[in-house]
Design a protein around this ligand. Structure first.
Ligand SMILES: [Zn+2]
Length: 386
């Protein structure tokens, strides 16, 4: 049975999330501690750091900013420009880029930056999507690997030592204390917290005809290469107060376009707009752990006092974990077609990764679905409301 944080609406099934004696989760505690942070000091630390890395004679970019084109990366680029930096923006193209995602990438370029887009081999990527989904229950495995490896490879390639990442997901979303406090993203952080689910690049060689040479974009540079350039990856969210919603407002004021309605499975219209596979990714999180994107977003807003916990519960109940029939308007069949997977096969894969202890089953032990294909959690109401 799921136990929920008494302050936000996160269940304790979330990996690395801990509830303390008062039933409050570590993400809520991290947020509480942010109030004690002296942001002026942090900002000065940031300015000193940037001064250290800034190209003295203008012959080189000052830093690399890994960007997706989303609200957070738009915000990052706006801030870097305000701080007087000349960044090289690097995008790893998403696995199934939406029109809106493309539009927002164009918008980032128009802010006035040098920009590079790296698109890994789509034939290999489709195989990796399928392997990720069927072996570790995550269609987005290649995307999660690539967004962390490709900008670091670019840093080595172009000899730009500083990488400015966005937020440390371990802080806002809950994670081990040391990881949440840390301001550095390195190989160890990626391996532990980058969401690779124990599937290593070396495990993939030989599967479905994949050779080592197909995996270059997903391979982190060697320690020697990193040392030669002096690559340092920092989280901007450590130095500036980070709020996805505020970032969305600033991004919109700088040309970022939102979706015309709330995104399927979410409760907002301003994030995860660039990849049609994201709905499947979020749904598998729900099947494994009993929470989806609506829960993540509700928690962020509850912590900041923008909605009550009661309202959050209501929104989550109505929007979280719905069977991903469409995402950003694209039907599931079309999203699965490049993976050579039918919706029937997809449903069977779903079943394999569903935590049967948290969803309602019939007398024969089979998962119960409503006519839309949705599951329901056992005793959810009682648990969440106490
Ligand atoms: Zn909490």
């Amino acid at each position: 049975m799921l136990k929920y944080c008494t302050r936000c609406v996160m269940p304790d099934t979330k990996p690395d999330l801990l509830l303390d004696a008062e039933g409050i989760c570590n993400a809520c505690r991290n947020y509480e501690q942010r109030k004690a942070i002296d942001w002026d000091t942090r900002k000065r630390e940031l300015e000193a750091l940037l001064d250290r890395y800034r190209s003295r004679d203008g012959s080189q970019w000052d830093c690399i900013v890994p960007v997706s084109g989303g609200k957070d990366s738009t915000f990052q680029v706006v801030r870097m420009l305000q701080l007087g930096l000349n960044p090289l923006c690097v995008t790893a193209t998403t696995c199934d880029l939406s029109e809106l995602g493309r539009k927002n990438i164009q918008n980032i370029k128009s802010l006035g930056v040098d920009y590079m887009e790296f698109s890994p081999n789509p034939v290999v990527r489709r195989k990796l999507n399928r392997i990720g989904l069927t072996q570790v229950g995550d269609i987005s495995w290649p995307e999660h690997a690539g967004i962390f490896t490709i900008p670091v490879r670019a840093a080595v390639q172009f000899g730009v030592p500083l990488l400015m990442w966005g937020e440390n997901s371990q802080n806002e979303y809950g994670g081990p204390a040391a990881a949440a406090r840390d301001n550095v993203l390195n190989r160890r952080w990626l391996e532990e917290f980058g969401g690779l689910l124990g599937l290593r690049v070396s495990d993939l060689v030989g599967l479905d005809g994949i050779a080592e040479k197909d995996l270059i974009p997903y391979t982190y540079p060697s320690d020697e290469e990193l040392k030669r350039v002096g690559v340092t990856g920092l989280f901007l969210g450590y130095y500036l107060p980070w709020d996805g919603y505020a970032n969305a407002l600033i991004a919109q004021a700088n040309g970022f376009t939102t979706y015309d309605t709330t995104v399927e499975g979410s409760i907002v219209n301003y994030e995860n707009l660039d990849n049609h596979q994201t709905g499947i990714h979020d749904y598998f999180k729900f099947l494994k752990f009993g929470f989806g994107r609506a829960t993540d977003i509700a928690c962020l807003h509850i912590r900041r006092g923008r909605i009550t916990r009661k309202d959050g519960l209501d929104l989550v109940k109505r929007h979280d974990g719905k069977f991903p029939r469409t995402y950003l308007g694209k039907p599931l069949e079309e999203i699965l077609a490049p993976l050579d997977m039918t919706t029937d096969e997809f449903t069977r894969v779903c079943d394999r990764f569903t935590n049967k202890k948290i969803f309602v089953r019939d007398a024969a032990g089979n998962l119960v679905r409503d006519k839309e294909g949705n599951l329901s959690k056992i005793n959810d109401d009682n648990q969440a409301r106490t």
